[in-house]
Write a protein that binds this ligand. Structure first.
Ligand SMILES: [Zn+2]
Length: 121
């Protein structure tokens, strides 16, 4: 009979275990699956996390229906331009849609924005 090796820790799986068994214990099976899931989804989950954080930053200005804000102000409050939703275009120009919060780029240097809370505007 061929010796089976745990996929996670590489120790030998005891004889008499089911032929289908690939892990030495539940912890190894869980650790292995968590690692695979992180490899598969990590970038996406990281991006969602970044978007969520940016949304929280924009909520600082939630009470303002419309206001001018610089990229520096946003960054000072923890905003990261690495995590933006896809841009859209409407009658005011190009914007990033965070639900009710729309962030419009002013010009092309990416340094100034107009923030619009569409709920209040
Ligand atoms: Zn193991």
């Amino acid at each position: 009979m061929k010796t089976k090796i745990c996929r996670n820790c590489a120790i030998e799986i005891p004889d008499g275990s089911s032929a289908k068994r690939a892990f030495c214990c539940d912890k190894c099976r869980n650790d292995y699956n968590i690692l695979r899931r992180n490899e598969r989804d990590g970038k996406f989950l990281n991006f969602l996390n970044g978007l969520s954080n940016n949304y929280k930053v924009l909520r600082i200005w939630e009470k303002n229906p419309e206001l001018s804000v610089t990229l520096l102000q946003l960054i000072d409050n923890g905003f990261s331009i690495e995590y933006l939703p896809e841009s859209r275009i409407d009658k005011y120009g190009k914007y990033y849609c965070f639900g009710d919060f729309h962030l419009y780029e002013i010009g092309t240097d990416f340094s100034n924005f107009i923030f619009r809370n569409t709920k209040l505007a």
